[in-house]
Design a binder for this molecule. Sequence first.
Ligand code: DUC
Ligand code: ZN
Ligand code: ZN
Ligand code: ZN
Length: 484
Amino acid sequence: MTKVIKGGTIVTADLTYEADVKIDGDKIIEIGPDLSGDEVIDATGCYIMPGGIDPHTHLEMPFMGTYSTDDFASGTRAALAGGTTMVVDFCLPSPGESLLDSLKVWDNKSAQAACDYSYHMAITWWGEQVFDEMKIITEEKGINTFKHFLAYKGALMVNDDELYSSFKRCAELGATPLVHAENGDVIAELTAQLLAEGNTGPEAHAYSRPTQVEGEATNRAIMIADMAGAPLYVVHTSCEEAHEAIRRAKMQGKRVWGEPLVQHLVLDDSEYSNEDWDHAARRVMSPPFRNKQHQDSLWAGLASGSLSCVATDHCAFTTEQKRFGVGDFSKIPNGTGGLEDRLPVLWTKGVNTGRITMNEFVAVTSTNIAKILNCYPQKGAVLVGSDADLVVWDPKANKTITADTQASAIDYNVFEGIEVTGLPRYVLSRGYVAVDNGTLKAKEGHGKFVARDANGSVNTALSKWKDLTAPRPVERSGIPATGV
Ligand code: DUC
Ligand code: ZN
Ligand code: ZN
Ligand code: ZN
């Protein structure tokens, strides 16, 4: 049984052209004019793009005394409904727990996935066992990315000595470290001070995490990665201070990538002064929403290429869960949703306004992510041989976002009331039509794990050359040609 997507315009990270796409089973088998097949999918007036990849989700994650409510079933339904065909979730061992044991827990959860998925492994503690297991994770389990928290002191946070050790291990293994860059020590001090002064409401969450804590931690992680000889992926870059550190690192030739969230691009810190406690608490996440200047900086980064990917950090809690923090903002579970809305909101606020081009849209929502995480061109591409993870995008379709109709299992939506123009008409997940002329037909358990090999001996440590003005070696072997 072959399928042909006919009459559309293919939009990739670097090209826009008219052609049909033929699919056999899981794969794209032909691209060209006037193709025929057993089944026709009408793309008249639409763009055919690689399915979105969300590089940053937390599905059914144990966190702050509860579990995030969207699991792999509802989370991947939401993903597909919005044109995202792959998610990369964080496998999160508790401090002291074996990485391999934690992986088994995640494999159980992800059995429900309706779209393809992969994992980052979190390093929440350090020791010989972690050192040894990182090799097995990289070489046998298809995970080439390790996440580190510089925030959440006393829980998930690692110290600089642990960070340096883990980054060095990543460099040895050809893996890429990820960092949640906020200074957890300073946040703990500010939180205690705010609570002592009687600032207990959700707005104080933002005061406890100013942009400086993110700028400092981002720069620190970049310098430590450089000394360790590792590349670095900075998750949820939300402010100019962090963006500046990433820009500078890139200009110096360091292989560093920044990932803004669609929430930070579109929603600002005025949300926290809403007098409705629930409204503000539902938007509590870390880093918090920022002001318009920071949003402008993030948009400029996407256009110029100094920021590489747009994610959601989808970590959805119900209003009831958010109310754990009534009387103490530090107990509000941190996290917001966005899986279903990432592509329509970014298209509406980015492409339709001229802030980014359609090709840049594809790059930052799919192709760059697949390249950096090393699953390109299986994912993130419209090429013969690539997985048939495709979106037929109707740029004229519109709706008003509302929780009433969302696939996510929570009872609100942080984008409630925003009008979007540009929605998926069809979404194909490895050839399976998961959105059919606008109707969601996600199939629980259809999703498969995407193994991602190590990148090889990536070494970006400029500091190894000591004198930056001296002639430098030109050849750097084993560097993947990511170009992003
Ligand atoms: N930030 C959040 O808001 N939620 C999950 C974890 C994180 O870093
Ligand atoms: Zn984080
Ligand atoms: Zn409200
Ligand atoms: Zn996260």
